[in-house]
Design a protein around this ligand. Structure first.
Ligand SMILES: [Mg+2]
Length: 293
């Protein structure tokens, strides 16, 4: 786990101009419900995310669909005040909108795989998205090259650790299923904000480990990052171990603690701080640190 000294150094170094905040939904800003459609966003977290979005870029990255996230995280009839990434980053409802668009995950995939294939001497590739099957389709000029393209594509995906499944079809097309990866989603969001230097992500389950791994990649690019793991469910020990492999984590007890952390963060970013001003904001955050697991 992250030490208190390192956490304090990170939080006090934050500047709203360079900070980006991302969070998962279920189990992180919403208590898990027995009937998933009954889940509701924590009202303190809801207010904190809106406060934060006035200061700094904010994104919610969830496995939920876009209409659910719009219902939970937009005021009735109003556009989104921060980006909502649904279906593990496959879709995005951008700030200022209530409708979904193709997400930065696809944009990153297209630019990454195009460059990789070009480096292998493979050109003449184009891409499209088939919304009916939610497949990402590769088109290529030379059908004889399909095996070579398929092999190169798989080695590209392996090199990135990206979560998805490529397949070759009877008509010679290559399709990518389940291109769903919160890590790529978070990196795509950060890419959209060139001023970003400090990136925070909150999550609670195994899908969020991909985002924590992305934080480590962003650190390798010189950014400061903080992974916040919210305690939920019986698999916590396993998750903490997975998260620690990806990143030193700040462990919080539950969704209420996560909501209070986000509120404190909004307050910290909203005031021009010195150490004395920040103390009353930081103490409740430190008070929320979960016991060692
Ligand atoms: Mg979750």
């Amino acid at each position: 786990m992250i030490s208190r000294a390192n956490l304090e150094r990170f939080l006090l170094g934050l500047n709203p101009v360079t900070t980006v905040v991302g969070t998962d939904f279920d189990g992180t800003i919403s208590v898990r419900a027995e009937e998933p459609n009954q889940a509701r966003v924590n009202p303190v977290a809801f207010k904190a995310l809106h406060d934060l979005s006035a200061l700094t870029p904010v994104v919610v990255i969830s496995g939920r669909d876009s209409p659910f996230l719009v219902r939970q995280l937009c005021n009735p009839g109003e556009p989104a005040e921060f980006d909502l990434m649904a279906e593990f980053g496959t879709e995005v409802v951008p700030r200022g909108s209530r409708s979904r668009h193709v997400s930065p995950v696809f944009a990153r995939f297209v630019s990454g795989v195009t460059k990789y294939l070009a480096d292998q001497g493979i050109h003449g590739i184009s891409f499209s998205f088939d919304p009916e099957w939610e497949n990402f389709v590769l088109h290529f000029d030379d059908e004889d090259a399909v095996n070579k393209i398929d092999a190169s594509l798989r080695s590209f995906i392996k090199s990135t650790d990206l979560y998805c499944a490529p397949g070759t079809y009877w008509d010679g097309s290559i399709r990518i299923h389940n291109l769903r990866d919160k890590g790529w989603a978070l990196e795509g969001f950060v890419d959209q904000h060139p001023q970003a230097r400090d990136v925070i992500f909150l999550g609670d389950d195994s899908w969020d480990i991909e985002a924590f791994k992305a934080l480590r990649r962003l650190e390798a690019q010189g950014m400061n990052t903080l992974a916040v793991l919210v305690q939920s469910g019986a698999t916590l020990r396993h998750l903490v171990q997975g998260a620690e492999k990806a990143k030193d984590v700040l462990l919080l007890r539950n969704v209420d603690a996560s909501a209070r952390f986000l509120s404190g963060l909004a307050e910290l970013l909203s005031v021009k701080r010195d150490l004395r001003d920040a103390a009353h904001v930081l103490e409740p955050i430190f008070g929320e640190l979960a016991d060692a697991v």
